[in-house]
Design a protein around this ligand. Structure first.
Ligand code: ATP
Ligand code: MG
Length: 296
């Protein structure tokens, strides 16, 4: 049997605040609770939301003798330098070193990305085995997938973020033949079904075969997804008087179910072909910019 490599799950969407970090944390805890070995990488080194969430969890666990599961966590830092090329080379080297360290020893690596289009964000997309894109129920959010006409019908014109994903997929496929699986999950859904909600669902179903993504059943707007940041707890944790002074409610249980449904869509750890770190250099370093000389 071939040795296994970590399955790299990237949370991405150029739309800010769509729920990437929150979903990343819940996936990590769900995978750990299912007995998998999980590492995590924060490439949003300005906000560091995932990093803070994990730090809070480790501290809360220690202070309350709870033995909560925590992932092996890494931060892919932004580099500073004189030239774009130099900065990207340093960020690349740092990222490859992290991937090299975790690839063989973990079943899943969960990567959180920033909303802004950065080198590390693109690199993460190009490396993903699975890309999970949380999207809010709004026409503005859907515009990044495909243009929507004034009569609110989807058009064949690919949106900005979908174009980025398409390029990342293409680059990756050319390098090692892996086809990235793209899962889109509606997030912060109102629990009351509305005409708008049904319309957006219809549009996403229309985009899915064109852009080649799978649409997961959604995640609802629930207090449980945002109330535990400072303690590092999640909807997946056992909530009782010792942990939060609250008993789990039906909403907690429903939230757990939603996250487990998303986890169930993930493929298993990969069969090891080539080290991802070894194929990476072929994926992204940009060619040296061509500078016109006086003779040209
Ligand atoms: N299902 C949910 N129910 C309720 N609140 C949510 C849910 N998902 C996310 N949130 C809240 O929405 C806000 C944005 O979430 P989050 O920070 O995870 O998004 P993000 O995509 O990582 O943002 P950014 O693009 O800035 O990195 C946070 O306040 C978070 O607590
Ligand atoms: Mg975030």
């Amino acid at each position: 049997m071939l040795p296994k490599s970590a399955h790299l799950v990237v949370l991405g969407n150029e739309k800010g605040g769509s729920g990437k970090s929150t979903t990343a944390m819940h996936l990590i805890v769900a995978l750990l609770k299912a007995g998998h070995r999980v590492a995590s990488i924060d490439t949003d080194s300005r906000q560091l939301s995932l990093t803070r969430y994990i730090e809070n969890r480790a501290r809360f666990s220690r202070d309350n003798c709870l033995d909560l599961e925590v992932p092996a966590h890494y931060v892919a830092r932004l580099a500073a330098g004189e030239t774009v090329r130099g900065i990207e080379a340093e960020e690349f080297a740092n990222y490859v070193e992290i991937i090299d360290r975790v690839e063989a020893d973990f079943d899943y690596v969960v990567v959180d990305t920033p909303a802004n289009d950065s080198y590390l964000m693109r690199l993460s997309h190009a490396m993903a085995d699975t890309l999970i894109t949380p999207v809010n129920d709004s026409l503005i959010d859907l515009d990044l997938f495909g243009r929507i006409s004034p009569d609110q019908a989807g058009s064949a014109q690919v949106g900005h973020y979908a174009e980025l994903v398409r390029n990342a997929r293409h680059q990756r496929h050319q390098v090692d033949g892996v086809k990235m699986d793209w899962i889109v999950v509606r997030n912060r859904l109102s629990t009351l079904s509305s005409r708008n909600q049904r319309h957006l669902l219809k549009l996403l179903n229309q985009f899915a075969p064109i852009l080649d993504f799978r649409l997961a059943s959604g995640i609802s707007e629930r207090v449980v997804f945002r109330q535990f940041f400072t303690s590092g707890l999640t909807a997946l944790d056992r909530l009782d008087k010792t942990t939060q002074g609250v008993e789990p409610t039906l909403s907690h249980l429903a939230a757990r179910h939603e996250i487990r449904e998303l986890v169930a869509l993930l493929g298993p750890p990969r069969d090891r072909r080539a080290d991802r770190a070894a194929v990476l250099p072929a994926i992204l370093p940009r060619p040296e910019p061509h500078l016109a000389t006086a003779n040209e």
